[in-house]
Structures are given as C-alpha cells and as structure tokens.
Design a protein around this ligand. Structure first.
Ligand SMILES: Cc1cc2nc3c(=O)[nH]c(=O)nc-3n(C[C@H](O)[C@H](O)[C@H](O)COP(=O)(O)OP(=O)(O)OC[C@H]3O[C@@H](n4cnc5c(N)ncnc54)[C@H](O)[C@@H]3O)c2cc1C
Length: 517
C-alpha cells in the first residue's frame, strides 16, 4: 500500500514508522525545514530547549507509550527520568516534603491549609482513587476487566456529566483550594464550566507532584507514571524517524501538502507546494482540523453534519509566549531543585481564561512556569550552565497590537515577574530566544496555534480519526482530547491498527469474491 503522511510531528512520525515497519511504502511531507513538529528541540550557543512538552505520562515499562516504542523496536533508545512539578500559589507552595510522607501527603497538607474543607478533601480523594482505577481498567483487555470497569463506574455514574466547577463546588468551599485543582485548566484555556469534572483527578495525578508516590499499591490499578525524556523529545523523534528510513520510508522537508485529491468520495493522493501531484492509496494527515478539512479538502466534499459537529465547533487551546534562556548559574536552587515549577499568581483562573479567549494577553501577571530541562539532562547546556524556559499561555490574536511589535517589551515584563521567584535570571543570561504565537504558527502550519490541541469538553467531541473521505485518516493533537506527546503516539498506533484491520477485511472480502466466482 502506498501511504502519504502529512507532518513529521510525533503523530505523523509514529504513524509513518508503524506503517513502514509493516512493509508499506511511506512518504512523509513536512512543511518546515526541520522534522519533529512541536517535539523538536531548538539549539543555540550550546544550549538546547524543547519547543513544547516537558513532562509526559505513560512512558514507563508496560505503559501505553512504552508499548508503542517496543513495537517499533526502539524502546532501549528512549530513557526517561521520573519527574515531578512544584506548584506555587500566592499564599502557599505545594512542595514535596524532604522526607517522603506517603502517597497522600498533599491531601494532609491541604487539610492543614483548609481545615474547613477537610471532609470535602476526603470526598475528592475517594473520587480520585475511583477515577484512577477506572483509567487503569480501561487499558486492560478481557471481559473481567470490562466487568470490573462497569462496577467501579456505577457509583459515580451520576457525576459523569458534571463540569469541573460542579466537582469543585461539591468537594471544596474555599476558592483557593479549588484553584489548586483547576489551575491546570489555564493550560487548556477551558472554563471549568465546560471542562469535564471527572478528568480533573486524571490531570492532577498525585505522582506528578512527587516522583516517590508509588504507581502500584494496595488493591488499586496501576497509576500512570510522569517522566521527563532524557535529552529532550527530539530523542523520541530521531528514534522514530530512524525506523521510517530503515524500513525504506522517506521524509521530505520544506514541502507542504497544499491539497488532498478526492475522487468519488475517496482520497487519491495529494498536491504538494511545488505543484506536483502524488498519488497514494491512503493519506494520514496530522496538523490542524480546520486547516485539513476546510483548506486542504474543502467543506463541499464533506457531509454537513461532520462540518457542523466537528469543525465549526472545534474547541482548541490557545497558544503560548515563551522565553528560552541559557544561563551560567543554577536557577533550580530557587525552586527546591525542581526542573519544573508552575507559578500561579491568581486564584481567578476562569477570569484569566476568559481574557485569553478574548485576545487579551495577561503580560505575565496571572502566572507562568519555569522549566529547566538541564536539571534532569545536563547535556542540554554547557557544563555548569542551564537551559531555562519561562512561558505562559497567550492568545493567538491580540485585540490590540501584534506579537512582533510587542515581543521584546513582553519578554522583559515576563522576566521581571519571573525574577521575583527565580532571582538572577537576567543577570546570568548568556543567550536568549523569544517565541511568540506567530513562531508557533509557523512551526506547526496552524492558522490558530493550539498548544495542547483539542480540549476535553462536556459537549464538543474531537474530530474522529477516520474521516468521511475513504482512505483519509486524521491523527495528532487535534484528533485526540488533549493529545500530548504520548497521546499522539498511542493515537497513531490505534489509527494504524484500524487501517490495517480495514485493509485486511477488504482483502478477505476480495479473496472470498474471487473464490465464489
Ligand atoms: C509549549 C508546549 C508545552 C507542552 N507541554 C506538554 C507536556 O508537558 N506534555 C505533553 O505530553 N505534551 C505537551 N505539549 C503538547 C504536545 O507537545 C503536542 O500535543 C504534540 O507534540 C503534538 O504533536 P502533533 O504531531 O499532533 O503535532 P505537531 O507537533 O504540530 O506536528 C504536526 C507537523 O505537521 C506539519 N504540517 C502540518 N500541516 C502540514 C501540511 N499541510 N503540509 C506539511 N506539513 C504539515 C507541521 O509543520 C508539524 O511539523 C506541549 C506543547 C507545547 C506547544
């Protein structure tokens, strides 16, 4: 089968590698001069920073991401380091205790801080355990697992359509405590009114805040690990791309796909930016849903229902404003040695989200994060130096001004605020790169950069992998609910399985037909 893959980010690359390994003829077109999409690494003056991802779930032994690497035969090439993050709020800091105080040290800490909500905290952690058991069971095959899944789900079935805000109001009265659990929604730029409540425990996994929290304990199902990828995500991309080329696949950079050819409802191939036509049996597209279905295809080839449900309503995250610094000191001493710390400077998360959705950039006042990858991967900076990323969420399109004119001023403002928590950043700067939403748009070929892809939403589903056009499959962060790196990999794996199943059933039907003639 001849396959064309659009995009060499984690989802496109994984799809291409899996198909090439199955013996299919694969060609990947990448519009950018470099491979990797948002999983690429930027280098300058001996420092290296990732464009995006910091900490990833599900990449430890027997977890879904690791199983994909094993399938590709590259597991030994990808090393992970158990990670955690600190969270700072204006009145308190959630910092792992020096001596491990057990799985639920955060729960006890919150009870000390918010004694009036002690009962609610217990209620939350009961739901927490149930949800994590459900996720563990969800990944398990077999009838018994399905039965257990159903029985576990029954007691919380009535809460399945709760919003994050409903869950918060059910558990906690104190808005500051609510912010601890819904603060992460700032990343999603999704209001707690529309974000599914039962996803809150998943995105607030206790193991994210202390790498010593065990993943297997008691009668509970396995909890996902959270790790940093040693030497950055480019290691992952390089290993996956190695499989594509080893299996005879090709990657063409600096080559955008500008049209998908359709004949009688079937994808026939693509036209690339040099005007050439390339035929294929199957096209696997990554990137933006609107860009794919409205520009590369055009709505007239698609059912109205599909456009209305998935494309007109598409709900994605916004972008980020990012400053990478190379520094000649160790800034992690100001965050207890943590490679990653989120600094929330407001408790009114919903208000910040609304402002961002309106195109108002908060200029750093609502919060930011500091990520120092060289803490876990010293090779990412010269000896004794560190690579530092300071970033925050930001709207794609500003209601007043444009990113190019504002970027210098806003990088200074962001660093002014960051230095209140991590002193010395500017004094020790040896090199600097500012990335605005415009840079992210160019890197990803999106008109609206969505740093986390589609957002979990109570009523709006992400576009499906199998498109209404025969032979056209959609992978990537805008086809998963909040893709992430591992979501991109496992999503690609699922798509390839579906494609191969479909192909095999067609072959069986054809063979049967020719036998019966
Ligand atoms: C700042 C930031 C922080 C993040 N933090 C985390 C984190 O901590 N953990 C985590 O798991 N995830 C994180 N993510 C999300 C994660 O990185 C993304 O969800 C994932 O990498 C997206 O992969 P993708 O393959 O779907 O898309 P992309 O990486 O965008 O790849 C798509 C590729 O397709 C190419 N392309 C698109 N259209 C065309 C076309 N028509 N022709 C040719 N080429 C085309 C693009 O150039 C691009 O290379 C973060 C992302 C960002 C930006």
């Amino acid at each position: 089968m001849k396959v064309i893959v659009i995009g060499s980010g984690i989802s496109g690359a994984t799809s291409a590698a899996l198909l090439a390994k199955e013996g299919h003829s694969v060609i990947v077109y990448e519009q950018h001069e470099k491979i990797g999409g948002i999983t690429a690494t930027i280098e300058q003056d001996g420092y290296r920073w990732d464009w995006g991802q910091m900490i990833v779930p599900d990449l430890s032994d027997n977890e879904p991401g690791r199983l994909v690497l094993e399938k590709l035969g590259i597991s030994e090439k990808i090393k992970t380091i158990k990670g955690y993050r600190e969270n700072y709020f204006p009145d308190f800091r959630i910092r792992k205790p020096q001596k491990f105080k057990g799985i639920y040290w955060r729960k006890e800490y919150f009870k000390e801080l918010f004694p009036e909500d002690a009962k609610g905290i217990d209620k939350y952690y009961k739901i927490y355990n149930r949800i994590h058991d459900l996720t563990g069971l969800f990944n398990k095959p077999g009838l018994l697992a399905k039965l257990k899944l159903f029985l576990k789900f029954l007691p919380i079935m009535g809460k399945k359509n709760w919003s994050a805000q409903q869950l918060m109001d059910y558990c906690f009265s104190n808005k500051k405590l609510q912010a601890v659990f819904i603060g992460i929604l700032a990343d999603y730029v999704a209001s707690p009114e529309v974000f599914p409540g039962l996803i809150i425990p998943i995105i607030n996994a206790e193991s994210q805040y202390d790498e010593r929290v065990p993943l297997d304990y008691g009668k509970h199902e396995h909890r996902s690990s959270w790790t940093f990828i040693e030497n950055g995500c480019i290691e992952l991309i390089n290993a996956i791309v190695g499989v594509i080329t080893k299996c005879g696949g090709k990657i063409i950079t600096n080559m955008a796909v500008s049209k998908i050819l359709i004949e009688s409802g079937k994808g026939k191939g693509v036209i690339t930016s040099d005007g050439k036509v390339h035929e294929a049996d199957v096209v696997v597209a990554s990137g933006g849903a609107k860009e794919l279905f409205l520009d590369l295809i055009e709505a007239k080839y698609l059912p109205n229902d599909f456009i209305n449900t998935y494309i007109n309503n598409l709900f994605t995250t916004e972008s980020v404003f990012m400053v990478h610094l190379g520094v000649d000191y160790d800034p992690s001493v100001h965050q207890n040695g943590a490679a990653l710390c989120y600094y929330y400077l407001t408790y009114d998360i919903n208000e910040s989200i609304k402002e961002c959705q309106k195109g108002i950039y908060h200029e750093g006042k609502d919060g930011f994060l500091v990520y120092i990858p060289s803490v876990h991967s010293p090779n990412m900076a010269p000896p004794g130096h560190h690579a530092v990323t300071v970033y925050t969420i930001a709207p794609n399109n500003l209601i007043n001004g444009n990113w190019e004119d504002k970027k210098e001023e806003w990088s200074e403002k962001l660093l002014d605020i960051a230095e209140k928590h991590v002193p010395g950043l500017r004094e020790h700067t040896k090199t600097k790169i500012i990335l605005t939403p415009e840079d992210f748009k160019n890197r990803t070929y999106l008109k609206h950069h969505a740093f986390g892809g589609t957002v979990p939403h109570l009523t709006i589903p992400p576009p499906p992998h199998k498109s209404p056009i025969e032979g056209l499959w959609f992978v990537g962060a805008q086809s998963e609910t909040y893709g992430g790196v591992i979501g991109g990999m496992t999503g690609a794996d699922n798509v390839v399985k579906m494609m191969l199943k479909e192909m095999n059933s067609k072959t069986t039907k054809q063979t049967f037909k020719s036998f019966s003639k």
